[in-house]
Ligand binder design. Structure first.
Ligand code: NAP
Length: 493
């Protein structure tokens, strides 16, 4: 890959390298601890911040497969939630600190291997999140018009892997969203919010244009369990229920709760609040004008199969099976053998994200996480026979599964850093040979040998400045650069 037009040349890489090296690497002396964090989302940045604070001789390199930092803050948080993105300022201060460097455009697993990182750094922390999706494994899942919510979120947030997804929002008036977590509420809100409001956010230009022409007026949120088990939180639910000109439909019968539900709600304050909000919305009087949009909450229905439309290749309906809940245990949804269809032209599966394994990394395929003990990666995790991979740690969704808000990663990072500090204290991370590992210098050498170009933080700042400048002209906080090629061009330093 060469970007001569944009002035992106290999020589620049080494200029950066020299600059990075002269910026502190040598000054840390022989006690230097080299740390590489893979993934620059909230878990990665909180880990970097805590490590830098905890150890004055630590030097932290953060690598990311994307040219841009901040992971879920940039590509996961909804465009109409700008306050959640403010944390990026704090992460920028971390990236610009003397002992920290960012290396964008470096994909672990393809550009660089885990064993190469471990050879070069005393400590490797993996916090690359969950970039894939759980699947339903039911017939018809490959039909056109069915996407994971992650792909849809990436599309409207201008992620370079989904900029050309182009979901058809013009051939149907109905979308079905499967799942009732906060991501499901995010995508429902984006489909239903007036475009005039979205235009003031950092939503990507292509998504805004498509939503402008959207004919979708009805959105169904389908949960396999009941309103007492909804996975969303009260704040997010209140927001969507309070949207102007949105007609909320909830069947009263779905709100009947069993004694077991009542017991569950007594123990879960947020879920109790969610249930109360749904009950209140169901009983509010409605008098919808003709042009009003509708949001239907459908409970106790699980997807059984997707049915094609007349053309045979696009989704035409979701075939749902009615469910009831096990009274005890995990309160799983059990099929009743009764079915019904919702006709639709768009389906978003919002049933959870999934982390991906890489070569050389122990991985629990069932749970979709790296087996770990408070962030220490375990190569063997049978109870009583746990074996630790020295120098290898995890944080974030890769460590605990795809749950929690941005701030959850703060506590998660704290725990991992506490484990690292304990291991440093015990002398467990000293190289067996006694020779210090090369750290950043080794990484730069490796990238040079492989002829790999990386985007330093200053490259991201160029992208950032360009996005903000174009955004200002369009009355929005930023206009995201949405293709790999343009991102690399814009990062030119
Ligand atoms: P989630 O909260 O785990 O919700 C997943 C939903 O999918 C649940 O309703 C679940 O139902 C359902 N589901 C799972 N497997 C299913 C299947 N096979 N068939 C039908 N339904 C299925 O996941 P998420 O919405 O992707 O959110 C991920 C995390 O990010 C959450 O912790 C969320 O709170 C957080 N987040 C926060 C915000 C915010 O704070 N504004 C925004 C976005 C995301 P069951 O309960 O029956 O399993």
């Amino acid at each position: 890959m060469s970007f001569e037009g944009g002035g992106w040349k290999m020589g620049r890489l080494f200029l950066h390298g020299a600059r990075l090296l002269s910026r502190g690497f040598c000054s840390l002396g022989s006690n230097r601890i080299s740390v590489c964090i893979v993934g620059s989302g909230p878990a990665g940045f909180y880990t970097a911040e805590k490590m830098l604070k905890a150890h004055q001789t630590v030097e932290v390199d953060i690598i990311d497969r994307l040219p841009t930092p901040f992971g879920l803050v940039r590509y996961g948080v909804a465009p109409d939630h700008p306050e959640t993105k403010i944390v990026a300022n704090q992460f920028s201060r971390v990236a610009k600190s003397e002992r920290c460097s960012f290396f964008g455009n470096i994909a672990l697993g393809s550009v660089i291997s885990l064993s190469e990182l471990r050879e070069n750094y005393d400590i490797v922390v993996l916090s690359y999140g969950a970039e894939s999706d759980r699947s339903l494994g039911i017939p018809g899942e490959d039909l056109n018009g069915i996407y994971s919510a992650r792909e849809f979120v990436w599309w409207y947030n201008g992620h370079p892997d989904c900029f050309n997804m182009a979901p058809d929002l013009k051939s149907t008036d109905t979308a079905v969203i499967l799942g009732l977590g906060n991501v499901a509420l995010d995508v429902a809100r984006i489909l239903l919010r007036p475009v005039s409001e979205l235009a003031k956010t950092d939503i990507s230009d292509h998504a805004l244009a498509s939503l402008q022409d959207s004919t979708i007026r009805k959105v169904y949120l389908v949960a396999r369990r009941g309103p007492a088990q909804a996975a969303c939180t009260a704040k997010e639910l209140r927001e969507i229920l309070g949207m102007k000109n949105l007609h909320i439909k909830i069947q009263q019968v779905d709100l009947d709760i069993s004694p077991s539900d009542e017991e569950e709600l007594k123990k879960q304050r947020i879920q109790k609040r969610v249930y109360e909000l749904l009950s209140k919305a169901a009983s509010s009087p409605h008098c919808p004008p003709a042009e009003q949009r509708e949001l239907h909450f459908v409970f106790f229905r699980k997807p059984d199969r997707f049915l094609p439309s007349e053309n045979g290749c696009t989704v035409g309906a979701v075939h749902l099976e009615k469910t009831f809940l096990e009274e005890t245990g995990k309160r799983l949804a059990v099929g009743r053998g009764e079915f019904e269809d919702i006709t639709c032209g768009l389906v978003l599966k919002s049933i959870g994200y999934k982390s991906l394994p890489i070569d050389g990394l122990p991985f629990d395929n069932h749970k979709g996480v790296v087996p770990n003990l408070k962030g220490r990666v375990l190569s063997s995790y049978q109870r009583g026979h746990e074996a630790v991979e020295h120098g290898l740690y995890v944080a974030g969704w890769l460590k605990r599964g795809p749950i929690g808000i941005v701030a959850t990663n703060l506590y998660c990072a704290e725990e991992t850093v506490a484990s690292i500090s304990e291991d440093v204290e015990k002398g467990l991370l000293t190289a067996a040979s006694g020779t210090p590992k090369p750290g950043r210098q080794g990484l730069l050498q490796l990238l040079e040998n492989k002829n790999i170009k990386f985007v330093p933080f200053s490259g991201w700042e160029k992208i950032d400045a360009k996005e903000k400048m174009v955004g200002q002209q369009r009355n929005k906080p930023r206009e995201k650069v949405t293709t790999w090629e343009d991102l690399l061009k814009a990062s030119n330093v």
